[in-house]
Design a protein around this ligand. Structure first.
Ligand SMILES: [Zn+2]
Length: 68
């Protein structure tokens, strides 16, 4: 098992750092060379590079394309 979290569109992530609005929960809206995250607290989007996002993740709360 790799230690690096696999991020997919639709995933809900809990971050180590709060967004300024106080929420720590973000939804992955787009993945390219950068990852676009939507804050579930205030609805703002942010673009971060993948390495940064991987380091910021505390845990993946829900997998977007996990059909369990
Ligand atoms: Zn926010």
């Amino acid at each position: 098992m790799p230690n690096i979290p696999v991020i997919k569109v639709g995933d809900i992530l809990e971050m180590k750092k709060n967004h300024p609005c106080g929420s720590k929960i973000f939804t992955v809206s787009r993945i390219g060379s950068d990852i676009k995250l939507t804050c579930t607290g205030c609805g703002r989007t942010l673009m971060l590079d993948r390495i940064k996002v991987e380091k910021m993740i505390k845990k993946i709360i829900s997998n977007g394309d996990n059909h369990e």
